[in-house]
Design a protein. Structure first.
Length: 124
């Protein structure tokens, strides 16, 4: 199965053995060259997080007024003050209009090893 962005990249001539493996790179190249057929849907949820000074916090907002409530999951790779790696995970529901909702807060972290990954598979 080929995703929509990969199909657009294929039409633009970016075919190859690693097409399925490198879909992020393909999406970036497609966006840069302005290939027709590539489209990005507006996300209904916007999130931001930080880990510093011993704590970590992830906040999210429901930003698409016409979208239904969003059920989301998150995963975030954090670095502990003891020098270890810890992946925190969770889920949450955001109703339309919710703004700056704290969906995760934890202590004992000095930095993030990755950006938080938030997936909201509901209708947009």
């Amino acid at each position: 199965m080929v995703h929509g962005t990969a199909k657009a990249a294929w039409r633009c001539g970016f075919a190859g053995k690693d097409l399925a493996m490198n879909w992020i790179g393909i999406a970036a190249v497609t966006a840069l060259i302005g290939c027709p057929g590539a489209a990005a849907a507006k996300d209904a949820v916007s999130c931001g997080g930080a880990a510093m000074l011993g704590g970590a916090q992830l906040n999210c907002s429901h930003v698409e007024s016409k979208a239904p409530p969003q059920f989301c999951t998150f995963s975030w790779d954090l670095h502990t003050m003891a020098g270890d790696q810890k992946v925190v995970e969770g889920s949450f529901m955001l109703p339309p209009g919710a703004s700056n909702v704290q969906v995760y807060q934890g202590s004992g972290f000095d930095s993030a090893l990755s950006n938080p990954i938030v997936i909201c598979p509901g209708d947009k």
